[in-house]
Design a protein around this ligand. Structure first.
Ligand code: 13P
Length: 248
């Protein structure tokens, strides 16, 4: 069966209740006919208001992180159960900004992923190399480690989504070319095949992320192994709807 495309936005630390509600109200009619799955991963404190704002539309609300413990003395953290309480379906795990600024490691990515899956959430697990790693021909080695360690112990890999986000393309306006993104995502699928079996790997949705926008989305989405996008900057405006409607 063909993989259904999945376009997700990552608002990062942007928007307020008012501006978020307004954007969702503008997006709703624009994404009505979308053939793909659509999500917006919003700051945790905005989740209740954005779930309400998106109600009755194609837009599902996701989170940007989840703690790995079920509950307990973890000041400032948010559990999978709390996210589920509000009807959250997706959660981004291991975004490069969390790896870079907040001490996220493949080990904590792994713990968060297992907890999210155990609670019925769909993790969007982020992987990707830095510019110096790409230039040093380390991309495959970096991805091998991120996938092997980050997904260790996952029983059903088809229940998660992978986002390939080359760090050098995030927020820089430098998108990977269609061929670069396809080639690397094909490699990720091959690696998933080795770890979880080819049949399962062929069912996993793999998104591209990094300066994806209304202008370059068509070319990226036309690649055979690219099943969607994880959109940062362009998800803060109605351009997001153009990406969702990439096939129109
Ligand atoms: P930009 O689309 O702003 O480059 O961000 C990509 C990203 O990090 C999505 O998670």
């Amino acid at each position: 069966m063909a993989r259904k495309p999945f376009i997700a936005g990552n608002w990062k630390m942007n928007m307020t209740v008012e501006s978020g509600k307004q954007l969702i109200a503008e997006l709703k009619p624009l994404v009505k006919e979308a053939k793909c799955d659509v999500a917006l991963c919003v700051p945790a404190i905005l989740i209740p208001a954005m779930v309400k704002a998106a109600k009755g539309s194609k837009i599902k609300i996701g989170a940007q992180n989840v703690h790995f413990a079920e509950r307990g003395a973890y000041t400032g953290e948010i559990s999978a159960e709390m996210l589920k309480d509000y009807g959250v379906k997706y959660v981004i795990i291991g975004h490069s900004e969390r790896r870079q600024y907040f001490g996220e490691t493949d080990d904590t990515v792994n713990k968060r992923t297992l907890t999210a899956l155990a609670n019925g959430l769909t993790p969007i697990v982020c992987v990707g190399e830095t510019l110096s790693e790409r230039e040093g021909n380390q991309t495959e080695k970096v991805l091998d480690k991120q996938l092997t360690e980050g997904l260790n112990g996952v029983e059903d890999v088809t229940k998660l989504v992978i986002a390939y986000e080359p760090v050098w393309a995030i927020g820089t306006g430098k998108t990977a070319t269609d061929e670069q993104a396809q080639e690397t995502i094909k490699y990720i699928r091959k690696k998933l095949g080795k770890l979880f079996g080819v049949k399962n790997a062929n069912k996993v949705k793999i998104q591209y992320g990094g300066s994806m926008n209304a202008g370059n989305c068509k070319g990226l989405m036309a690649q055979p192994d690219i099943d969607g996008g994880l959109i940062g900057g362009a998800s803060l405006k109605t351009d997001f709807a153009t990406i969702v409607n990439f096939d129109k």
